[in-house]
Each structure stands twice: as structure tokens, then as C-alpha cells.
Design a protein around this ligand. Structure first.
Ligand code: FAD
Ligand code: SF4
Length: 513
């Protein structure tokens, strides 16, 4: 072979320009590596999903006539890392060139750019995945400061001509959030569709993980429900457009325990397929647009706009923030948070119903939806001032879709405000009232959501007010937050002191909650 081309586990893009023609002189390599299974403790389903999808991708390329080397952990165990493997393969096959697609993670990008190979030319190329080219990000956003997602999103709508009537937004508004974000009533709960789950046999992979003593977290089913091929990813996309998109925005922030589908609700669960690049973001947007544009479609503009905003807005925005601010993005800890993550994050045994439910479902499915991540577990870590690095390890390990470029700005920026406001304008801090408004968790909780003090007072209440009082100087700068202090200031000193004491009592032993 004259050329070796590397395919990373999250570069499973069958439409990539590399594959437009076959060339017997090019050898593709796709490899399971310990450096990837071990940089954080991953959920078992996450590793299984990546490994199974990589194997399927290698097979599909072979069937299309490409030369592909698919290496398992058994084959790569003697190499210390990715660079050593590449050097060895280039030598073994006497390659004159080595090519790789630009990694999405800074960690891998740095590693690969440090590669030197005697007599072999090294080239890099784009992944052909994201909508906004990396080189154009700085035309829209500025490094080191807050950029409004809304402005970016509108610019993307115009640039890609999505939901636009010439220069105006379709439906006359850019944002239909007011029509969205309802709580689920009992009749709504009964109507939630069953999630589409696959039954991929991953027993070979789990045996391999055990053989190589790979540490993992979470439940390890024999059959993996996540999509691990392009065909399955497309089936999940179709299922979403048909059954879930009609109510996507409406119940985007809702949470319940009263349904077998409570863990997935109307969410797409497409993040793994997208992040592994088995689906292209424009393909996902177009599928949603087609479903919306069908005659007699049940999907209204509020639902489709809410969904387009996630893919064309949030996903591209988060990736842009990551690349603009790395490598120093993760170093800030604006709120000086330094507590340890309570042990119940690893088993879900806590009397807080909302936390228990969100954590247990994350362990069971390697998935929680956005509001569970942001307003339940994320909010808890914000209010209890858990060290950002500890929180990040948890999010990066547990979720099926967790890759640093998307996990880091979401965790450090959106959930913890550790970046001082690069992603969010204000901390997403909330008391139990918010969780009660959007869910039915509180009704069956050991704690009383109405109480701020007392042994059964909802911990989110006192923790919220302590957090607000503690960071008052910083928070009051934001007019939207400043208003909230009016409520606090009306309480007399003894009431304030009792709430703070209650919060301190909880903070002293988070594991007892
Ligand atoms: P849906 O709710 O159906 O949304 C559709 C799609 O929109 C998602 O598949 C995703 O591609 C995109 N999207 C929506 N919100 C975001 C966002 N904030 N950032 C990027 N893309 C978004 N997402 C990840 O892909 N990987 C992560 O590691 C990750 N970590 C997160 C950590 C925290 C603390 C928070 C608050 C959010 C995190 N998110 C992450 C964003 C979001 O929660 C997930 O993308 C979403 O829950 C995936 O489920 P879904 O496909 O059912 O999404
Ligand atoms: Fe969560 Fe508080 Fe409601 Fe319990 S009462 S479920 S701890 S918000």
C-alpha cells in the first residue's frame, strides 16, 4: 500500500470524500485502542456502541471494495498508543503517505499533530461532517467572551436557508419557545410512544473488555439498544420524525417517572449516531423538514423549529465554542467549586427522587435527556459546588454521546458556569420549584418540595438560596437574576439564617441525602 488512512471511532461517515472511489493502494485502518477505553471510565454501553459501530463500518467499507484493516483490542494490545500503532503499520506496509481526518477532540488533535514518520508524508483532511467549517468559526464568534447562541443560530438559519422565507424567519418568529416546554399531564403520559430500541448482540465485545480488564460503569446488557450502523441510525431518525417530532418541543423540558418510555420521552436519542458521524447534521435537519412539509403533517412550526435549533444552533455553537477556546477552556473554575462528587452518582441510591431517577436511568441506558442533565444532576452539582473536574469525569464517562468537544462546554459552561459565562449568560440554578413544575418526581419523593428548612425539606431549596446569597455580587450583575433577590431580601434575618444553616447541614454530608 502506498497510503495509510486512519479512521477514528467517531469518524464513521460513509459519505466522506475519501470513499468516493476505491483505490487498491490505500489501506484504511480502524482500531480499538486502550488509550481510548481508558482516558476516562466509560459506560460499558458506550464502549460497546463505539466498537460495534466501528466493526460495522469496517465491514461496510470492505463490501464497497476498500482495503480495510479492523483491529480489536486483542490486535493492538502490544502498542503503547495510537502513534506507535501508526508508525508500525506504515513500516509494515511500506507506506509513503499517512492521512487522517481532523479529530473533534483537542486531545487527539494534539497527539496526531505530534506524529513524525521517517520518509512518510503526513496529511490531514476535514471530516466533512459539521455544517460550519472550522476555519470560518471566528467570523461568527469571538474567543474568550460570551457570544449569544441566538445570534449564531439566526446566522446559521440564513446561511443554510433553513426555515426562512427570503430574509424573514418562517412563521414570523425565530423562536417558538413560548408554545413549547409544557409539563406532561396524565393523558399525555399515556400517549408517549415506545422508544425504538435495537437488539445488537455485543457479547463478543463485552468478553473482550473483560479479557483486557477495561474498567467500566453502568449496566451491561447482552443486547445493545443503541444504533450501531448507518441503517439503524436512519431507522431511528425515521422513527423520530414520525412518532416523536410532532411533540418534540412541547415536551422538551418535561420529566416523569410514570411511563416505560419516561427515560426517553419525545427526545430523538440521535446524539450517538450524530457524534459518531453515522448521520450527517444536514441529513437530520432535512428529514425533520420533510416530515414537517408533508401535506397534513401533524408537526407544527414550533416543534420543527425547536428541533432545528438544537442541531443547527446548539450543536454547531457548542463545537465552535470548544474549538475557539481550547486548550485553556477547561481551566477556569469561576465559582471556586471544590467539593467531591457524592458516591450516589455511581449507584443512584439517594432519597432525592429526581436525582435517583436521573442517575439510575443514566446507569441503565447510558442516557439522560437534556433537562435531566442540566436541571437535575447539573443543577445539583452547581448548587453544591462540586469541583468541575469531578463533574466532568462523570459526564464524560457515563453518556453514550459523551465526547469532549460537546461534553466540556455543556458541563463546564452550561451546567456549572465554571467558564464565567462563555456559554451561558447566567448560572442555570434552580430550586425544587422548577423541578416540581416540570416533573412528577416530587410527589413520590422523601423530601417535601414546599419546605426550605426542616429534616425533610427539599435540598434544592436551601441549597439554591445559599448559592444565590453566596454569589450575590457576581449574579446581581445580570438583571434577570438581580430580580430574584427581591424575594430573598423580604425574608427576615432569622429566616435567612435558618435556610443557610439547612443548606450547610446538607453540604456537610452530601452522601446522606
Ligand atoms: P434531543 O433532545 O432529541 O436533541 C436533538 C439533538 O440536538 C441532539 O441529538 C444533539 O445532537 C443536539 N443538541 C441538543 N442540545 C445540545 C447541546 N446543548 N449541545 C450539543 N448538541 C445538542 N450532548 C452530547 O452530544 N454529548 C455530551 O457529552 C453531552 N453532554 C452534556 C452534558 C451536560 C451537563 C448537558 C447539560 C448537556 C449535554 N449534552 C451533550 C447536550 C444534550 O443534553 C444532548 O445532546 C442530548 O440530551 C442528547 O439526546 P438526544 O439525542 O435525545 O437529544
Ligand atoms: Fe427533587 Fe426536591 Fe422534588 Fe425531591 S422534592 S424530587 S429532591 S426537587
Amino acid at each position: 500500500y502506498t497510503m495509510l488512512r486512519l479512521i477514528l471511532g467517531d469518524q464513521l461517515n460513509a459519505k466522506h470524500h475519501w470513499y468516493q472511489s476505491t483505490n487498491p493502494d490505500v489501506l484504511y485502518v480502524i482500531a480499538e485502542l486502550k488509550q481510548e477505553t481508558d482516558y476516562v471510565v466509560h459506560h460499558q454501553q458506550k464502549i460497546c456502541a463505539f466498537f460495534a459501530a466501528m466493526e460495522n463500518f469496517a465491514k461496510a467499507l470492505q463490501q464497497a471494495g476498500h482495503e480495510v484493516l479492523h483491529l480489536t483490542l486483542d490486535d493492538t494490545e502490544s502498542y503503547t498508543d495510537l502513534l506507535q500503532l501508526i508508525a508500525s503499520l506504515c513500516e509494515q506496509y511500506q507506506c509513503q503517505g499517512f492521512e487522517y481526518q481532523q479529530p473533534d477532540e483537542y486531545r487527539l488533535s494534539e497527539q496526531l499533530s505530534s506524529l513524525t514518520l521517517d520518509g512518510v508524508t503526513i496529511q490531514t483532511t476535514d471530516t466533512d461532517h459539521f455544517l460550519l467549517p472550522l476555519t470560518e468559526i471566528d467570523q461568527y464568534l469571538t474567543a474568550g467572551k460570551h457570544n449569544r447562541m441566538e445570534h449564531f443560530y439566526r446566522a446559521m438559519r440564513k446561511r443554510f436557508n433553513i426555515l426562512m422565507c427570503e430574509e424573514k424567519p418562517e412563521g414570523g418568529k425565530w423562536n417558538f419557545d413560548q408554545a413549547n416546554r409544557n409539563k406532561l399531564k396524565p393523558t399525555d403520559i399515556a400517549a408517549i410512544p415506545q422508544p425504538l430500541m435495537f437488539t445488537n448482540d455485543v457479547s463478543d465485545i463485552t468478553e473482550r473488555l473483560a479479557r483486557h480488564s477495561i474498567s467500566t460503569i453502568g449496566f451491561s446488557p447482552q443486547y445493545l439498544l443503541w444504533p450501531v450502523s448507518r441503517k439503524q441510525s436512519q431507522a431511528l431518525l425515521e422513527h423520530f420524525c414520525r412518532y416523536l417530532l410532532p411533540h418534540f418541543g412541547r415536551f422538551q423540558d418535561a420529566m416523569t417517572t410514570h411511563s416505560d418510555s419516561a427515560w426517553s420521552l419525545y427526545h430523538a436519542r440521535l446524539s450517538f449516531a450524530l457524534n459518531a458521524k453515522m448521520l450527517h447534521p444536514m441529513q437530520v435537519i432535512q428529514a425533520a423538514m420533510n416530515a414537517y412539509q408533508q401535506p397534513n403533517s401533524e408537526i407544527n412550526i414550533a416543534q420543527v423549529e425547536g428541533f432545528v435549533r438544537q442541531i443547527l444552533g446548539w450543536r454547531e455553537f457548542i463545537r465552535a465554542v470548544y474549538w475557539l477556546n481550547m486548550p485553556h477552556y477547561g481551566e477556569n473554575n469561576t465559582l471556586s467549586a471544590n467539593r467531591a462528587l457524592p458516591a450516589f452518582f455511581w449507584h443512584g441510591k439517594t432519597q432525592m427522587q429526581c436525582m435517583s431517577y436521573a442517575i439510575k436511568q443514566s446507569l441503565e441506558y447510558s442516557y439522560a435527556h437534556h433537562i435531566q442533565r442540566l436541571m437535575v444532576t447539573g443543577n445539583f452539582c452547581l448548587l453544591t459546588e462540586i469541583a468541575p473536574s469531578e463533574v466532568e469525569q462523570w459526564y464524560l464517562g457515563i453518556y453514550i454521546d459523551a465526547i469532549e468537544w460537546v461534553e466540556k462546554p455543556n458541563t463546564l459552561g452550561m451546567a456549572l458556569f465554571a467558564d464565567g459565562g462563555i456559554v451561558a449568560t447566567k448560572p442555570y440554578a434552580a430550586s425544587g420549584a422548577y423541578i416540581n413544575k416540570m416533573s412528577d418526581y416530587c410527589a413520590s419523593c422523601h423530601y417535601d418540595v414546599k419546605k426550605k428548612v426542616g429534616s425533610d425539606a427539599c435540598p434544592f431549596n436551601s441549597l439554591y438560596w445559599r448559592f444565590m446569597a453566596q454569589h450575590r455580587v457576581l449574579l446581581a450583575k445580570n438583571p434577570r437574576v438581580g430580580m430574584l433577590f427581591m424575594h430573598w431580601d423580604k425574608l427576615d434575618d432569622s429566616e435567612q439564617a435558618a435556610i443557610i444553616a439547612q443548606a450547610e447541614h446538607y453540604l456537610n454530608d452530601l452522601d446522606a441525602l
